[in-house]
Design a protein around this ligand. Structure first.
Ligand code: CUV
Ligand code: SF4
Length: 626
């Protein structure tokens, strides 16, 4: 059987490693996807329901079979309920990640987290001020303790609104209040979604979706934002750093340790252990030239943003990274870690370690990290990885890494602009930069790996649209070479001029998926500086290859924040034309933005350019007829 490697991925390392995987008889995500075809049409349309045991039920999309579930729910209700449950799961994932960070902050405050510390004192004070915590002359650890406590309150049910929502433009806040979607408590909204979607509770597809919006907002302006802010406090606010991406970042003559997952709590400690002289000495004794730490997915993005740790790959190549035979140990925390990873690793010498009490995987050794044991456990694991170096078989690292610059927090972007967003606004007003787009989200075997991200990004920057990216999209764009200063060659003349004079690439890496909150903060800053609402600005977002429930939550809070968002893969909603019309059009009248769906990135680029020109025209800025 010959495989069309080119059909699966545009990346050279991905194609070569797919060949290697075939030789080694490794089953990959693409093989399993093919084995699943054709996928269930009812599920694809969102028309199947497993909410209770009178079912499972399905509604016939052609109007011939049953039109209602056993309980009487029709297609609109079932589709809306399913979508809301996706939002709840996504919001829960991001927000629980945020909670874990808040817990570390609390333990740091109590002196029970050796190795962790407050890295960004200024940010601690700034965020504490948002929570109305007095900081003058107060011991930082005391501030940290009070802040952790106040943030934990945001997760609860006792508030009228989340604290950080007030960083949104005032008009936006008023709108959220007016339509009744102001998020009250992070856990509360998730829990209420589960309640409303229970059989026999909320059976208004519109009211369900409105609550879905509130739930998603509790992620974007709550859980995710808290995750980002606390990560910056504990590990430092990112600043531009040179890094590299693709599987070529693995080193033949060094001990390779790869971290995979999302939360920096574990990976930061692993990084510190890798840098310790004691470990480096041990590696040398074992015949290695050093210890090379690399990332996959968002925990990698967290390390990349703050420390320039290189990135071996994104979601769809996570299995392939192991087929290099060069990875001594992969250490995972949670989210987006395929349960197949242990099977792949078993064909090589790679040791697989799971670290979170809430995330177990077949074929992995479980070594649980807690703030009090993290520093010691990290050293133990790195020692074991070093000792595994001598067990290596054949190593295959077929490509050279691509350089990239990462680390664009809002703080550094504003600093690069000279301390205010005004130069960016001036450039937009003058038409040198036509607008800005967040390209975010996952990979999905339904879209050729990285093709969606890279094609869309290329089309946007060549049309003078600044791109900011996060998650797997950010890794795709790094591999494509869009993140070095020279990448301005790919940009249109206006963007090229502005980025050239600032010395920044035309595509700015803003971090992990929870760091989409940084994009919200940036959009807010622009809207506030222009004394308007986010929905008036020439902005858009895209998730060209999304797959996860987290991405659904992100998409919904982005639209609800006033940003037109184009999805690549179609969400499971086509079973209800009412839901489709609301999400792709009706929401414009509710929140001033809506979704588009366009799997072809060339066409998505046109949709986005048209949207941006329309916003420019409305603002009275020079616009281009497309
Ligand atoms: Ni969240 S972006 S696959 S790892 S959610 Fe995971 Fe970051 Fe998508 Fe990528
Ligand atoms: Fe069927 Fe209704 Fe139960 Fe869903 S909630 S499984 S539609 S009976």
């Amino acid at each position: 059987m010959s495989k069309a490697y080119e059909k699966n991925t545009i990346t050279e390392d991905g194609q070569l490693l797919l060949k290697k995987a075939e030789r080694d008889q490794i089953e990959t995500v693409w093989d399993r996807y093919e084995a699943q075809l054709p996928q269930c049409g009812y599920c694809e349309m969102g028309l199947s329901c497993r909410v209770c045991v009178m079912g499972p039920c399905r509604v016939d999309p052609f109007g011939e079979g049953p039109q209602k579930g056993v309980c009487g729910a029709d297609g609109d209700i079932i589709v809306a309920r399913n979508l809301c449950r996706m939002i709840a799961a996504g919001a829960a994932a991001h927000s629980d990640h945020g909670r874990d960070l808040v817990e570390v902050l609390a333990e740091v405050a109590e002196g029970r987290a050796p190795g962790y510390e407050i890295k960004d004192m200024e940010k601690l004070k700034r965020v504490a001020a948002e929570y109305n915590i007095e900081t003058e002359g107060k011991d930082p650890l005391k501030i940290a303790g009070e802040l952790a406590h106040a943030m934990q309150e945001d997760f609860g049910t006792r508030k009228k609104e989340l604290t950080l929502v007030k960083t949104a433009p005032e008009k936006r806040q008023e709108l959220w209040k007016k339509i009744g979607v102001m998020p009250r408590g992070i856990d509360r909204e998730i829990s209420e979604t589960m309640h409303r979607t229970h059989m026999g509770v909320d059976n208004g597809w519109q009211s369900l979706l409105l609550h879905g919006i509130r739930n998603a907002l509790s992620d974007g302006w709550g859980g995710s934002m808290i995750a980002t802010e606390v990560s910056d406090i504990l590990f430092g606010t990112p600043a531009p750093k040179l890094t590299a991406a693709n599987v070529g970042v693995l080193k033949e003559d060094q001990v390779n340790i790869v971290v995979h997952g999302h939360n920096p709590v574990v990976s930061e400690m692993i990084m510190l252990a890798c840098q310790s002289p004691e470990m480096l000495k041990l590696a040398e004794e074992k015949g290695a030239k050093g210890i090379n730490l690399a990332g996959v997915c968002c925990t990698g993005n967290e390390l990349l943003m703050r420390h320039g740790v290189p990135m071996a790959g994104n979601h769809l190549v996570s299995e392939l990274v192991l087929t290099t035979g060069a990875v001594e140990m992969m250490i995972v925390d949670y989210q987006c870690i395929m349960p197949s990873m242990g099977d792949v690793a078993a064909c090589y010498h790679t040791r697989m370690i799971s670290t979170s009490d809430k995330a177990r995987f077949p074929g992995m050794t479980h070594r649980e990290f807690h703030p009090d044991n993290a520093r010691e456990l990290a050293k133990e694991l790195v020692t074991a990885a070093i000792e595994n170096f001598e067990n290596r078989g054949e190593v295959y690292i077929p490509v050279e890494p691509v350089n990239a610059i990462g680390g664009f927090s809002v703080e550094t972007i504003v600093a690069a602009l000279g301390g205010t967003p005004q130069p960016l606004i001036d450039a937009i007003a003058a038409g040198k930069i036509r607008g800005a787009v967040g390209v975010v989200g996952c990979n999905n075997p339904k879209i050729k790996h990285d093709y969606g991200h890279v094609t869309l990004t290329k089309r946007l920057i060549e049309n003078d649209i600044l791109v900011v990216d996060t998650g797997c999209a950010a890794i795709a764009n790094a591999k494509a070479g869009f993140k070095v200063a020279d990448a301005i060659e790919f940009a249109g003349p206006g963007l090229k001029e502005i980025c050239g004079s600032l010395g920044i690439p035309p595509v700015l890496h803003m971090g992990s998926c929870v760091d989409n909150a940084r994009i919200l903060v940036l959009a807010s800053a622009l809207a506030k500086a222009m004394k308007t609402d986010i929905s008036d600005l020439p902005l858009a977002a895209a998730a060209p290859e999304w797959y996860s429930e987290k991405a659904v939550s992100i998409g919904v809070y982005t639209v609800a924040s006033g940003v037109y968002t184009v999805l690549g893969p179609m969400p499971p909603i086509t079973g209800s034309m009412n839901v489709v019309r609301l999400l792709t059009d009706g929401l414009n009248d509710v929140v001033g933005a809506a979704f588009g769906v366009e799997p072809d990135p060339e066409k998505a680029a046109v949709l986005i350019r048209r949207h941006i020109e329309e916003k420019r025209e409305n603002l009275g800025l020079p616009f281009m007829k497309l």
